[in-house]
Design a binder for this molecule. Structure first.
Ligand code: SAM
Length: 329
């Protein structure tokens, strides 16, 4: 593991200690404890959930001996109850035939198996399933954006596009939104979202969990003249549906166009993009282009992103996640 320092245990311990305010926050038990090179370990991240569950992601191929050394160091530094490993080498993103089991093993690399556990974020509960694929139920870099929504959603209608496990919907409902409509291509993750809502004592209306293609639904909603006070758009960097391919770097203006059409005049479009290859300035320009294509006037009202507390950046480097908030008139 050439790139990893020899005093790895100390490095991992120090990384977690730097999250001091999060470690002592009883209302938040899900956060990143290690963020790659900025924390001294290139190509490796680790997230903690509920105190004892750690999920380590590897962004390059390490040898089995290197993986073992890292896992041993994690056990020594963090005393986890269990550790799950996710292998995310660059080529796995394009190769369909990479065995899922080898990328995201169902059994923990260390400690006890965990089928699911409840993690907290700002007092809200989210179901984490560490053994089910590369994503475990909550994207931690969105914490500040969820907090932003939680402060503002009271009395508003919210459209949650690419909803995944509906974390934005849960936050909106918790803050007293009039309605939160979640759309995702996968019925499985929407059911997980319904479980998240129930976990927080929220009523579940099946009509607010729509399985379908975001582009189809945006057209349908616009045709019906339905609008929302807040529209959140958080697509994957690349996706392929039955009918079309989407690449954030190429197609975001088209998405922003379709999304802006269903924003209530004076409402907000929350445009998100996690593609590291797309610089923030270029992304913001594409969002502005899309809003203009929709025949609407946009005014940038803020930028959000990952919390520097647990997603530190190297000097001069932009975070991969960009969140651009536009008032749409
Ligand atoms: C990056 S995740 C979204 C994370 C989510 N916003 C959150 O904060 O938890 C991307 C999601 O988009 C969904 N998806 C991808 N392409 C889609 C499409 N064309 N229409 C609807 N959902 C899509 C995937 O099923 C996945 O759940």
């Amino acid at each position: 593991m050439g790139a990893v320092p020899s005093s790895l245990v100390d490095t991992l311990r120090a990384a977690r200690d730097r999250r001091g305010p999060l470690l002592s926050d009883a209302r938040t038990t899900a956060f990143r404890v290690l963020h790659g090179e900025a924390d001294g370990v290139p190509e490796v991240t680790a997230d903690v959930f509920g105190g004892g569950l750690y999920v380590i992601s590897l962004y390059q191929d390490f040898t089995p001996a290197e993986e073992e050394a890292l896992l041993d160091a994690a056990v020594a530094a963090w005393a986890p109850k269990s550790v799950y490993l996710k292998r995310r080498p660059r080529e796995a993103r394009v190769l369909a035939n990479v065995a899922k089991e080898s990328l995201a093993p169902e059994v923990p690399a260390r400690g006890e198996p965990v089928e699911s556990l409840t993690a907290l974020e700002n007092g809200l509960s989210f179901l984490i399933r560490p053994a089910q694929g590369l994503s475990v139920g909550l994207y931690l870099d969105m914490r500040d954006t969820r907090a932003w929504l939680q402060e503002r959603a009271r009395g508003l209608t919210v459209l949650n596009l690419f909803a995944y496990t509906c974390a934005f919907g849960v936050v909106a409902s918790a803050s007293g939104a009039k309605r939160a409509l979640n759309i995702d291509a996968s019925r499985r993750v929407l059911e997980w979202g319904e479980e998240n809502a129930r976990l927080n004592g929220q009523p579940v209306d099946r009509y607010d969990y729509v399985a379908g293609d975001v582009f189809d639904w945006l057209k349908r909603l616009a045709k019906k003249g339905e609008t929302f006070d807040v529209v959140i758009s958080d697509p994957p960097s690349f996706s392929t549906t039955r009918t079309a391919r989407f690449s954030a770097a190429r197609d975001y203006a088209r998405l922003a166009d379709a999304a802006a059409r269903v924003v209530t005049p004076g409402g907000r479009l929350v445009a998100c993009c996690n593609h590291a290859g797309l610089p923030a300035r270029r992304f913001e320009t594409m969002v502005a282009e899309g809003v203009a294509l929709a025949g609407r006037k946009g005014k940038a009202v803020g930028s959000l992103g990952p919390s520097a507390l647990d997603f530190p950046s190297l000097p001069g480097q932009e975070p991969a996640l960009k969140v651009h908030v536009v008032e749409v008139r």
